[in-house]
Write a protein that binds this ligand. Structure first.
Ligand SMILES: *Cc1c(COP(=O)(O)O)cnc(C)c1O
Length: 875
């Protein structure tokens, strides 16, 4: 009987215990230890057997047990307390409400819609593949904690992401268990008449894709998941939301249309039934969500007052785009014909010409591919505000996308960064939370180093014992998982006695867990096996290593790397010190980041956009040992962990691996291992603990997702809401004016040029403290001085004869001296830097609704050879 279809019959709880159902229906339990403890108390053995899943627990607990609990005043008191706590969590004012009360601030956005193709919220909801999804989950949870009125939007994948097992030969096997939404903490969105909300999307060839909307409660944040498994769809269309990142181009395109276009429609339906304010800002978490911008354009056009260009301006003002990959190959692209087919013929949208849509995703820059429709490029054209996810990644992204802003140096490309963070209550072990909670009364204090200094006021013995507890728990968990894996690989219990002695709760424990794209270099540690073996088998200072990771199902190379690791971990002389644990998911991740002493990360710099697992480790008192990439490039301070020196500029990858792995072994042998085992008379590794404390104080406040979400609110959402309001304050007029102005500027721009620039006043020789006076004559063609901004740039001249770190000052038009098409500008700039300096001039479009001078990608500089007036030397 294999082809059984499962369904879930929910238990009817006795009235007195009905609040248990409410607690299970809100994912806040997943980051609230007291609620989880209450579920455990319902039936401790069953709780473990159902993998700590409250819905399954309540589905399987016996009627007799429920009757006992209903009659137990103690249990009912705890239940009342937990429910009251949830109610106050959901309703009390938090940080965001404080923003709203501050008269010095503009009104915060009334609501924000956040779109992501994946969400990692709990291990019981396998709707994520890796970092992107975990980040989205942590974003929602932190938004909930902070009281940000956010609505999440995603897809419900019936088979989620795969679960990983191993063949006897150590080859990755994938399994896609089907989920039953009725057994998950979610409910169908219904309209005010109680009917299920149905989202419909027109597809080519007269087909309609229909979707259900499920609502997951993430604290106070609703997450809307669209589900194509709908009775109105034929079998093929039901499969649209079968798997995360599965299928070919058309399949993925349909998924992304459902996410973006269907997602906006689901938000509208949700706001209509719930009374939730309509979002003023939409956030695209990576290009998969890009079609939301098109749907908003369509909405504006359909409302009758705006044309296409105007609708694009209105959409841009209220949209934020976040890019997550520093590798061009990581960007989502579709064949252009496929996209065209979905927006033309019988699926053409009135007033939204297909050629205009196609232009939004066009790679019309040098090295661009004319055959693809690029989702990130479209996202950036439909979002006025764009960011990367760490400072270094912001820099890499400005380089990578500079073709969209031709004429500007990479440094001026309008892509900022907000460094990722992690949701503390999800990732910090209960014991550590309990310890921190005893020492720090107000959770606000965790946003500043002083709060963490209080945590490090715990006695060293207590800290060390806590670390041992967490390490010990990881060891137990690893043995269980390893045993299960070996059984699956075909071993019998009689052969597995050795697993009882795998790993040791007192040995320095290194963790390495991540997806397995080649840039993460899973096997770098194997580069010199003899040296690794010696470290694992060191007589006094041994290390043990716990490894996990999934390769993308289509990535044979990644699977080979996994197999290579497994073959090593299977060797009899090291298998007690190095293990590979299959099926890396949030549960395993928590166990690892809590139990490991050192978190290892050795990507090829700068290919890791941010990385977050090391942040989770740091919050649990682990130390990072990592290549200076992503977040670690920004926050490594020389003593809060270790940085692996990189062999930048070494072109031969093998040679680079050899150099970097040797540096890695050196660090372990010379620093990490001796430090960990250097115990004083009281048996404590004082210097190690110093480093742990310094890690908590220096990284604790920074790596929090609450810090990240605050940054998004104040730096991006607020700006987007302000732009959007200013643009539409007087009805459609503002949008029309901006769109018309942009068209005029783009049309007239070829007529703008700089006739002449000269220095009209500087002391000889020029000195610091002096002033540089400049006069320029410009031709503005059809434009007015009010349409442009003329700037002088002053900076040092680098070896490539370019200005480095220029500073800018505006020149003003001299209205008295207008000579036909010529406009005279003058201005000055203080000379405040010594050395060989140069200056140049540039003309940019200027309008109060531009968020950045480079936004339109238009700039005029002097024609060579005047492009850089002769260098002046300052003393
Ligand atoms: C945190 C986490 C990630 C992301 O970690 P990286 O540091 O970006 O590799 C991936 N998968 C899971 C299950 C996680 O918990």
């Amino acid at each position: 009987m294999k082809a059984i279809r499962r369904f879930t019959v929910r238990t009817v709880l006795p009235d007195d215990l009905a609040p248990l159902g409410r607690l299970a229906a809100n994912l806040r339990w997943s980051w609230h230890a007291a609620t989880r403890d209450l579920f455990a108390a319902v039936d401790p053995r069953l709780w473990a057997a159902v993998d700590r899943d409250p819905i399954r627990l309540l589905g399987e607990v016996s009627g007799e047990r429920l009757a006992v609990l209903a009659a137990d005043p103690d249990f009912r008191a705890r239940l009342d307390a937990a429910t009251a706590d949830l109610d106050s969590y959901l309703s009390e004012a938090s940080w965001y409400q404080g923003l709203g009360e501050d008269p010095a601030r503009p009104e915060p956005p009334r609501a924000v819609a956040y779109f992501s193709a994946e969400y990692g919220l709990t291990a019981t909801l396998p709707q994520y593949s890796g970092g992107l999804g975990i980040l989205a989950g942590d974003h929602l949870k932190s938004a909930s904690d902070l009281g940000v009125p956010l609505i999440g939007v995603g897809l419900l994948y019936r088979h989620g992401y795969f679960s990983q097992t191993l063949s006897p030969e150590g080859w990755q096997l994938e399994d896609y268990p089907e989920i039953d939404p009725h057994s998950l903490p979610m409910s169908r969105l219904r309209d005010s008449d109680g009917a299920q909300v149905r989202i419909a999307l027109e597809l080519p060839d007269d087909r309609t894709l229909t979707a259900h909307v499920w609502v997951v409660r993430v604290g106070r944040v609703p997450l809307l998941l669209l589900d194509a498994y709908h009775e109105d769809n034929d079998l093929e269309l039901r499969g649209v939301t079968d798997r995360l990142y599965g299928g070919g181009n058309e399949h993925r395109l349909r998924q992304e249309l459902l996410l973006g276009v269907g997602g906006i429609r689901a938000v509208r339906a949700y706001c209509a039934v719930s009374g939730h304010p309509a979002p003023e800002v939409c956030h695209m978490n990576e290009g998969h969500a890009g079609f939301l911008g098109l749907e908003r354009v369509r909405e504006y056009v359909a409302a009758g007052e705006l044309g296409f260009d105007q609708a694009v301006e209105a959409t841009r003002a209220g949209t934020v785009f976040t890019t997550h990959t520093p590798v061009p190959a990581g960007i989502d692209r579709f064949p252009r014909d496929l996209v065209r087919r979905h927006f033309s013929g019988d699926t053409a949208i009135d007033g939204v010409p297909v050629e205009r849509i196609m232009a939004l995703g066009e790679e019309d820059y040098p090295d661009g591919d004319p055959g693809v429709f690029n989702m990130a490029v479209m996202g950036m054209r439909l979002a006025q505000r764009v960011n990367g996810v760490s400072r270094l990644h912001g820099q890499v992204s400005r380089e990578m996308f500079r073709g969209l802003w031709p004429g500007f140096d990479a440094a001026e490309v309008p892509i900022t960064s907000v460094t990722n963070g992690v949701h503390a209550r999800t990732w910090i072990a209960d014991e550590a939370q309990e310890l921190a909670g005893r020492l720090v009364a107000d959770s606000e204090e965790f946003l500043v180093p002083d709060g963490w200094r209080k945590v490090t006021g715990a006695s060293e013995r207590e800290l060390w014992e806590m670390r041992r507890t967490l390490r010990g728990r990881l060891v137990d968990d690893a043995r269980d998982r390893l045993r299960a894996s070996w059984r699956h690989r075909g071993a019998s219990d009689a052969e597995l006695g050795w697993i009882d002695d795998v790993l040791d709760p007192d040995i320095l424990t290194i963790g390495f867990a991540r997806r397995v794209p080649s840039y993460k270099r899973l096997t770098l540690m194997l580069h010199d096996r003899a040296r690794l073996r010696a470290m694992l088998r060191h007589p006094r200072h041994p290390i043990q290593i716990v490894i996990a990771g999934k390769a993308h199902p289509a990535d044979e190379g990644g699977k080979r790397l996994i197999q290579e690791i497994i073959r090593f971990t299977d060797e009899a002389d090291v298998r007690h010190r190095i293990v590979f644990l299959p099926d890396y998911d949030m549960g395993l991740a928590a166990s690892l980041v809590q139990g490991c002493d050192v978190w290892l990360n050795n990507p090829l710099r700068p290919l890791e956009a941010c990385g977050t697992s090391g942040m989770k480790s740091a919050l649990n008192g682990g130390l990072n040992l990592s290549v200076r990439d992503g977040w670690w490039d920004e926050w490594f301070d020389g003593s809060n962990g270790w940085s692996i020196p990189t062999a930048n500029g070494v072109a031969d990858p093998d040679r680079r691996d050899a150099l970097e792995s040797a540096a890695l072994y050196d660090l372990f042998e010379e620093q990490v291992m001796p430090l960990f085992y250097d115990h004083d008379d009281s048996g404590l590794p004082k210097r190690w603990l110093e480093m742990v404390k310094h890690t908590l104080v220096s990284l604790g406040p920074k790596v929090l997702a609450t810090r990240m979400v605050r940054d998004y609110v104040t730096e991006l959402y607020q700006g987007a809401a302000d732009s959007s309001r200013r643009l539409t304050a007087d009805g459609p007029e503002g949008v029309r004016e901006l769109a018309a102005w942009k068209q005029r500027v783009v049309r007239s721009w070829p007529g703008v040029h700089i006739e002449h620039v000269e220095v009209v006043g500087v002391e000889e020789p020029p000195q610091v403290g002096g002033e540089l006076k400049v006069r320029a004559t410009l031709v503005l063609g059809d434009l007015d001085p009010a349409d442009v901004c003329v700037e002088i740039a002053l900076g040092r001249v680098d070896t490539a004869q370019r200005l480095s770190d220029p500073v800018f000052a505006r020149l003003d038009p001299d209205d008295a001296v207008r000579d036909g098409p010529l406009v005279r500008y003058t201005g000055s700039m203080p000379l405040d830097r010594a050395g060989t300096c140069g200056y140049t001039l540039r003309v940019l479009p200027s309008h109060p609704m531009l968020s950045n001078p480079a936004e339109m990608g238009l700039v005029v500089v002097p024609e060579p050879p005047e492009s850089m007036a002769e260098g002046i030397v300052l003393r």
